[in-house]
Design a protein around this ligand. Structure first.
Ligand SMILES: Cc1ncc(C[n+]2csc(CCOP(=O)(O)OP(=O)(O)O)c2C)c(N)n1
Ligand SMILES: [Mg+2]
Length: 192
């Protein structure tokens, strides 16, 4: 399974739901899947994508999707424990697991040497978990997660390679923040 095709699928299934994306190619793939103001691209930081999504999920009733990376989530496994403790019903975490730190040279990550992130999630009390290796199973898992109100859901998506798109999305954190935040604000009417 290639991340770009899988990202396009998530974008299509998400409707208006907020999507938080991990740094680098994960955010570029999301941008190139069709930018929407409810995409919250993260830039530069590892380990915070699912933490940000957890905070969002706790602040809204809408479905929130996190597109994380194996290496980044491994840097902050405490996030998984916090998700297990808080049990946000509206949070779906998708981990793009290419078993490497792809964008910094392709060094093998812990998931390439035996760490099973699905089992980590289960041991943290997350009961809806999957590990999928092809697009068909991935679509089924994401559709089920987004249609349900019994999250959190945790989907490990094994991907073959890190790259999908070739060009990098614009790096504009301030604009990302303003555009994203604006989607939660009722437009002002004349006289307000
Ligand atoms: C705190 C921190 N440490 C190191 C880096 C350098 N770095 C940027 S991306 C990356 C690898 C990310 O791996 P993963 O989340 O698996 O994503 P992939 O590259 O495989 O898509 C590293 C080590 C960083 N940005 N932040
Ligand atoms: Mg990786």
């Amino acid at each position: 399974m290639r991340r770009f095709e899988a990202t396009q699928l998530v974008s299509r299934l998400a409707g208006e739901s907020p999507i938080v994306s991990n740094l680098g190619p994960t955010s570029s793939d999301l941008w190139h899947s069709g930018h929407r103001d409810r995409n919250f691209y993260t830039y530069g930081n590892m380990g915070l994508c699912s933490s940000i999504a957890l905070g969002m999920a706790m602040g809204t009733d809408e479905q929130v999707i996190s597109l994380d990376g194996d290496g980044s989530l491994l840097m902050n496994l405490g996030t998984v424990a916090s998700i297990g403790r808080e049990q946000p019903k509206n949070l779906t975490v998708i981990v793009w697991d290419n078993e490497k730190w792809g964008q910094t040279g392709g060094q093998t990550s812990h998931t390439g040497t035996g760490t099973d992130l699905e089992k980590v999630a289960q041991s943290c009390g997350i009961s809806h978990t999957n590990t999928v290796t092809d697009l068909e199973d991935f679509e089924a898992a994401v559709s089920e997660a987004l249609a349900s109100s019994d999250g959190p859901h945790f989907i490990v998506a094994k991907i073959e390679e890190s790259g999908g798109t070739t060009s990098v999305a614009p790096v504009e954190p301030e604009l990302t923040l303003y555009r994203f935040r604006d989607t939660f604000v009722e437009p002002r009417k004349p006289g307000d």
